[in-house]
Design a binder for this molecule. Sequence first.
Ligand code: COA
Length: 329
Amino acid sequence: MTATITSIAHYLPPDVYTNEYFEKYLDTSNEWIVTRTGISERRFAKSGGTSDLIVPAAEECIAKRGISKDEIDCVIVATVTPDHFFPSTAALVQHKLGLKNAWGFDLSAACSGFIFAISTASGLVKSGVAKKVLLCGADKMSSILNFEDRNQAILFGDGAGVCLIEASNDDNYGMLDQVLHIDGMGTPFLHMVAGGSAKPSTIETVQNKEHYIVQDGKNVFKYAVVGMADVSLEIMKRNNLKSEDVNWLVPHQANLRIISATAERMGIDPAQVMINIHKYGNTTAATIPICISEWLQDGKIKKGDNLVLSSFGAGFTWGSVYLKWNMND
Ligand code: COA
């Protein structure tokens, strides 16, 4: 048995922040941001938590599939910006949507959250533990961004992508393989210092801005370029996929230069790479499902297309998924 995506939708908050917004108060420029990252604008939510980004996308996703909410038996939320430490954002989503028959949990893998979560959801479906998993990749990055730090403020955005994972009606389609990695040596390069059990929040930690992202961008970039390309090549090799067999590379959207380097090493034509970083920045766990949802909406993904999903993020975490597209007829 294989598991597959049977419906997908996304939500972005309406408020657009262009690079000019940052030019007004930071020592930065639209030209620098576009050249070094590929980002022109992003969306920030003015209120609410990550669950509030998920709900509209989830409602649309379920409606598109035409099923009753009672049929959903599991909800997974991949995020690093949960509404609260506890309960899980999955619990809030379950309650807000009224999913009476679901259990669920949050999954923390930063920018690789969606890749890790779709692999987990696929395993739950294949093992018979769940039949219809509502899989949410969402982050409200504006809640942990230091807006005074030009090295990070310009990189991220808020958004959500939600899909349903069910058994494929044809075993030749769906999630055919995954390669996943984690290595905690990456922690110092991208993390949040305070607010966790190792260093609970105090007045001092807040004054020191330790509840925001800390990032050594240069080192993250270096590891990401190698990690994302290596894992993408590994999944191609394992599945005898040549460059021309890959219809769509769906890369995590962190930096256009990381995406281009990955595509180049894979030998993928730039026209076959999903890119929307210019519009949304890095929405962490949401980038990959938002891409798939947008491309599907535009009629660009066809049944039988080979999709390679790839990500790299804090941890470090990185991974690739090979998905042969069908939505169940
Ligand atoms: N505007 C203008 N200058 C900026 C800037 C900004 N928004 N952000 C950084 N700079 C400056 C730096 O301060 C540095 O100046 P200095 O030499 O005087 O110290 C200079 O630009 C070069 O910095 P560097 O880090 O070499 O730039 P870069 O080309 O590596 O780009 C990032 C910086 C953050 C865009 C890049 O490293 C990156 O994208 N890293 C990966 C981040 C990421 O993907 N994180 C999410 C997890 S996947």
